[in-house]
Ligand binder design. Structure first.
Ligand SMILES: NC(=O)c1ccc[n+]([C@@H]2O[C@H](COP(=O)([O-])OP(=O)(O)OC[C@H]3O[C@@H](n4cnc5c(N)ncnc54)[C@H](OP(=O)(O)O)[C@@H]3O)[C@@H](O)[C@H]2O)c1
Length: 311
């Protein structure tokens, strides 16, 4: 019997994913049917984007797993009809590498003070050399797949990196903190703060008036995680007071960021339209196919979501 795999994502994604998925499934020698429509009661696996039309999983009575194409799961993890094993996307070659490049690029922009020279209409001969990376402490909130990879890249460039996660970690060259008590230590004196936490009830407003005050004065905030991690009003106040020099924000509470939102016009805010990193079809297809291979071999799935923790 072939394994029935339903591709449930926006219609335009099918053109990007069909060939890579078939190639990756063929590489495992799997006997399968892959389609965008099939009778729900016959479906074994759903390759899933949370913005697809599938929101009620009840008719999928023999589902073995739902394999998310996205890293973030906040819009699906609370779905009471999604009771099958639910894996999220961790893709070192694509999603993670893209995030490392985006985070390093935006960190270096602020570290090197590039803006002063890129647009220098006043033709000002400003001769202050930037500090060395070793004198620029970085805090990374969230030490998962993405946070750890960014920590590795930034420590390799010489930045002193402190990190924060829910559980205790030991990472080479990174000063790791964890739990509610560790947040202050991770942020204390940081000149660049990078948010790579998931959006859960426990992480909402993790950057607020109190925690923003713990960074070094004039710190930079870089948020490619999720919008609700930041108390927007507190960030705007910290920007206006100078406690935060600049915020580079890729994610927002409402996306697209509404036209009248103060972030658009703020001279110390850079808005990027949720492009920090996206799932890349070739490498993501290999991750999906590996999980289907595992499911069929009776092996544990990779990257399962912890529904209680919400990520
Ligand atoms: N902007 C974009 O284009 C884009 C692209 C991809 C992903 N993202 C975002 O990036 C987020 C992180 O992705 P990931 O793959 O690195 O996720 P992940 O592997 O699940 O890592 C999440 C990290 O956050 C920590 N964490 C969770 N709740 C916490 C809490 N209450 N207190 C302290 N630490 C907490 C976790 O701690 P433990 O290690 O102890 O579990 C883990 O280190 C995603 O959830 C998504 O929102 C954005």
């Amino acid at each position: 019997m072939p394994v029935n795999i339903l591709f449930a994502a926006k219609a335009e994604s099918w053109a990007d994913y069909e060939t890579p998925l078939r190639r990756a499934l063929d590489a495992h020698g799997l006997d399968y049917r892959l389609a965008t429509e099939m009778p729900p009661e016959t479906v074994d696996y759903i390759v899933y984007a949370p913005n697809s039309e599938v929101q009620d999983f009840t008719p999928y009575t023999q589902l073995k797993a739902v394999l998310n194409l996205w890293a973030g799961v906040e819009t699906a993890v609370g779905n009471p009809t999604l009771t099958a094993p639910f894996a999220r996307m961790v893709d070192d070659e694509g999603l993670t590498q893209g995030m490392v490049e985006w985070v390093v690029g935006h960190s270096l922009r602020h570290h090197l003070g590039m803006d002063a020279h890129i647009v220098n209409h006043g033709h000002v001969w400003q001769a202050d050399a930037p500090p060395m990376s070793r004198d620029r402490p970085v805090a990374i909130l969230g030490l998962g797949a993405l946070g750890q990879a960014c920590a590795r890249a930034l420590t390799a460039l010489g930045f002193p990196v402190s990190g924060w996660a829910r559980s205790a970690k030991t990472l080479p060259g990174v000063t790791c903190h964890h739990g509610a008590d560790g947040l202050g230590a991770a942020l204390s004196g940081a000149q660049i703060v990078i948010l790579l936490l998931p959006d859960t009830p426990a992480t909402e407003n993790v950057l607020n008036a109190e925690t923003l005050a713990l960074t070094a004065p004039g710190a930079f905030v870089i948020n490619p995680g999720r919008g609700p991690l930041i108390d927007d009003a507190a960030l705007l106040a910290a920007l206006d007071s100078g406690q935060i020099a600049h915020a580079t924000l890729d994610v927002f509470r409402t996306e697209p960021l509404p036209k009248g939102h103060p972030f658009w016009a703020h001279p110390q805010v850079t808005v990027t339209p949720h492009i920090a990193s996206e799932t890349r079809p070739d490498s993501a297809a290999r991750v999906i196919a590996e999980n289907i291979r595992r499911g069929e071999a009776g092996a544990p799935f990779l990257h399962l979501v912890d529904r209680t923790a919400g990520y």
